[in-house]
Each structure stands twice: as structure tokens, then as C-alpha cells.
Design a protein around this ligand. Structure first.
Ligand SMILES: *Cc1c(COP(=O)(O)O)cnc(C)c1O
Length: 449
């Protein structure tokens, strides 16, 4: 049976897939979610605690360089980190507007405001570029691990890196993060942008000397063409959003950093104080790595949900059909463009849908129109601006106690009303800081059906 025929069979026989094909908002609960103990050993074989610790150490080695070149990181000692903020006024507004009950505390992890790239991609993307730069510099004897990495700012280092190219396929934000960091180090950079990428992102990259190649086609096409071109050039390195382990590690580091922030806010995470995480999801790389890091750290005491546009539930479909990266939202008749440009990926990362298969709790879908309402609400209640894609996360707390599927999940996991009252829920704000003012004005005035 072809995937399309299989998709049709699912649509005809299962209300969940019918709702998805009808572009209705819903939640999918992962029937293969397992207690962490059962998955721990197998997962460690692929990405271990030591791998994550190694990534964190590498970021610390680069901290003096980052601090020197990007003074906005000085406060965090050259680490690229974002605030964790309680958003009580937003919580109240969500409850009133959507007649919802949101138990516990509602927090916003503001990766929307990460230094350098202004999106969650500043974690994985910048990490992978730094790792590649370090690998090259060590291999060619330009540096040793014990050197002060401020050395990376020296002119001869930039000249050295200019002999190499970095390439990436992107809907926008990954391109920004890879492009800005690679160009800064001295690399030649080619960013392959899909049709949905915003013009200002292309302009910003070109202003930094990045070669931006535009495609009429979607994200998957931009990635495969970028991968093909890069493979032809032995001096070129391709950051592969669909398979990259370094990207994944850069995202996974977020968990340990966030734990420190929770500690300092006096928020504990244990059996009686569950943590629930909602992460906007495109191809799955960023949320997949974040999810993985949190599960490794908090085990069964953290519950992670992804949030995707009703037009692009690619990770949901990859897992729910067990066809992984072979499935496309097009197979379910979803062929329109989404206003959530950062999330518009038709097929999921084959790596993430496999490694997170038993760790992810579920996946909420959200309509484009509501993203703009959430965005205005956050601006009006908390004076925080995040881009529409990022606002996908708010659908989860609003519907936590509404969807039947969610109620069943909470019951099965022993998440009683009492425990939920003690819970912390984190909406992951994934992008926004670099959005130009005139685009904000446009977003603020966007009202969709
Ligand atoms: C990239 C991105 C995401 C999701 O990351 P994926 O790795 O594509 O799943 C979410 N929000 C924004 C704003 C992004 O740029």
C-alpha cells in the first residue's frame, strides 16, 4: 500500500486522522510513550549523558570568544542563554478569553530573545558551527583545546576559515543562526531558503555577506538541494537539519541550564511537582533536542508536548503513522502554506521521530489565525513580543484540561488535580528578537479567518 493510500485508510477509519485532514485543532497522545527507565539504556547508545556534557563543555570553551564578539552575552559569561519568566498575566488572559483552566504556574522560556540569532536556533545552529570550527582548527593545528578561544577572533583564524564553506537548508531561522555565526568566524556561507522564508531574513543574511539561494519549493527541497551541492565540494560542510546529531546536542544542553533557572526560582521538579513542557515544532530538531535533554534530566517527572500548525503536523504524522520521515503532510491532503513560517515542514526529521518515539507525550495542533491572537495577548499582558510560530505553544495550556485525549493521559500518568496545581508549565518561546519593527506592525495587524 502506498503511503497516500495508507493515509486515506487512516482518515476513513480513525477520527484523529480525519480531524487532521480537516485541519481541526486537536491533540495526539503518543501510545508508545514509555516510562523513562525502559528507554534510558537504548537512548544512551545513540546520544548519551556524556555527549550532552561534552557539548556543554565545548560551549564553555567558546564562551570567552562569544563574550568578546557578542557583548550582549556578557551577563551570562559568554553563554548563549535566555530568561525564564513567569507569565501570570498572560495565564489569566488565556483563561478568561478561552474559558480555560490552567493549573499550576505558567512560565515562558524566552529563546525568542537568545543573543546573536534571536531564536531557539541559536542553541543548535551556533553549537554545530562552533563544533565544526573547532574540529577544523584542531585538525589543522591552529589551536589546542587548552588555548583561550578568544583566539578564534584573530584575523589569521578568519582567513583560515575562509578556505571553507558552510551550507544549510532552512525556512529562515536556522539559516539566520548558521549564517550569522559562520560568516562571523570567517567561513564562506550558502543558505538554501525555501519559498516560505521571510524576505527580511534573506536581506539580513545578505547584508552579512551570506550567499542566499532561493527556492520556489518547500523546505525539504531546499534541504536536499543544499545537501547535494555541499556534497560536491570537499571544502564544504552541510548542517543537516533532518539528521544532525550536533544540532540535537546544542538543543539538549538547554535542559541543564533551565534546571538552574527553575532552582533559583524555587521551583522543584519531582513526582509531586511535575513539569510540563510545550515546544513549537517544525521539522522536529529543536523541540526534539530540548525534549531529549529534559527527559534525560527529569525522567518521568517531565511531560513534553510538541505544538504544530494544523497545516504542518509533520512530527505528529511521522510518529502516529509509524512511517517516520517517509510521511508528508501532503499525504493527508494538507497542501497550503502556513503563516507559521518557522514550522512549515512537510516531513519530519527521521532522526528525531525515532529517538523521541517513546519519550514524547503528545502533540497539539493549532490554527494559524489563533497564533496572531496569542501574539497580541502576550504583548498586551506581558509586553513581550514573540513571533507567530512561537505562539503555537499557548494552545497547549489552553486545551490541557479540555481535550478528552489529554484528560485520559493525565489520568493514566497519575497527574491528579492536586499534582497539577503544584506543576510548572513552560511554553517555549522559539523566536522573535530579530524581527524588524515594520514586520511587527504587520503581525500585530494580521487578523485571519
Ligand atoms: C525552527 C523553529 C521552531 C522549531 O524547530 P524545528 O527544529 O524546525 O522543529 C520553532 N519555532 C521557531 C520560531 C523556529 O524558528
Amino acid at each position: 500500500m502506498s503511503i497516500k493510500e495508507y493515509a486515506q485508510k487512516l482518515i476513513d477509519s480513525d477520527p484523529l486522522f480525519k480531524d487532521i485532514a480537516d485541519q481541526k485543532e486537536t491533540v495526539w497522545i503518543n501510545s508508545k510513550y514509555l516510562p523513562f527507565d525502559m528507554v534510558d539504556a537504548v537512548c544512551q547508545l545513540v546520544v548519551s549523558d556524556e555527549d550532552i556534557a561534552d557539548a556543554e563543555r565545548r560551549l564553555h570553551r567558546f564562551a570567552p570568544y562569544i563574550k568578546k564578539c557578542f557583548p550582549e552575552t556578557a551577563e551570562d559569561g559568554g553563554l548563549i542563554e535566555s530568561p525564564l519568566r513567569e507569565i501570570d498575566a498572560m495565564k489569566k488572559a488565556l483563561e478568561e478569553t478561552y474559558d480555560a483552566e490552567i493549573p499550576g504556574r505558567l512560565l515562558l522560556k524566552m529563546d525568542s530573545h537568545l543573543p546573536i540569532a534571536g531564536s531557539v536556533k541559536a542553541r543548535g545552529g551556533i553549537y554545530e558551527v562552533l563544533k565544526h570550527a573547532e574540529d577544523l582548527a584542531l585538525e589543522h593545528g591552529m589551536i589546542t583545546e587548552d588555548d583561550n578561544y578568544e583566539r578564534f577572533a584573530d584575523d589569521d583564524m578568519k582567513e583560515f576559515f575562509h578556505k571553507f564553506t558552510v551550507q544549510v537548508g532552512s525556512t529562515g531561522n536556522l539559516g539566520l543562526s548558521i549564517g550569522i555565526m559562520s560568516a562571523f568566524l570567517g567561513f564562506k556561507v550558502k543558505v538554501h531558503m525555501s519559498a516560505d522564508a521571510r524576505q527580511w531574513k534573506k536581506d539580513m543574511l545578505r547584508s552579512k555577506g551570506v550567499d542566499v539561494i532561493e527556492y520556489e519549493d518547500d523546505y525539504s527541497a531546499a534541504v536536499s538541494e543544499g545537501r547535494r551541492q555541499s556534497d560536491l565540494d570537499p571544502t564544504s560542510y552541510f548542517v543537516d537539519d533532518e539528521y544532525s546529531v550536533p544540532l540535537f546536542l546544542g538543543y539538549a544542553v538547554a535542559a541543564g541550564r533551565t534546571k538552574k533557572q527553575l532552582d533559583s526560582m524555587g521551583i522543584s521538579v519531582d513526582e509531586d511537582h511535575p513539569l510540563i513542557l510545550y515546544v513549537p515544532c517544525g521539522v522536529g530538531g529543536a523541540p526534539g533536542g530540548v525534549c531529549y535533554g529534559f527527559k534525560r534530566l527529569f525522567g518521568d517527572n517531565v511531560h513534553v508536548f510538541f505544538c504544530e500548525p494544523t497545516l504542518f503536523p509533520s512530527v505528529l504524522l511521522g510518529m502516529a503513522t509509524d512511517r517516520y520521515n517517509e510521511v508528508s503532510v501532503n499525504d493527508f491532503g494538507l497542501n497550503e502554506m502556513s503563516a507559521a513560517d518557522g514550522l512549515a515542514c512537510a516531513s519530519p526529521s527521521g532522526f528525531v521521530v525515532r529517538i523521541d518515539r517513546n519519550l514524547l507525550s503528545g502533540d497539539f495542533t493549532v490554527k494559524d489565525a489563533i497564533l496572531f491572537d496569542y501574539m497580541r495577548m502576550l504583548k498586551n499582558t506581558e509586553d513581550i513580543f514573540i513571533e507567530p510560530s512561537s505562539c503555537a505553544a499557548f494552545t497547549a495550556p489552553v486545551n490541557l484540561l479540555k481535550y478528552e485525549g489529554m484528560k485520559a493521559y493525565l489520568e493514566k500518568q497519575g497527574l491528579t488535580a492536586e499534582k497539577l496545581a503544584n506543576s510548572a508549565q513552560i511554553c517555549w518561546a522559539t523566536g522573535g528578537r530579530l524581527v524588524p519593527d515594520e514586520i511587527w506592525d504587520k503581525y500585530m495587524n494580521t487578523y485571519m479567518e
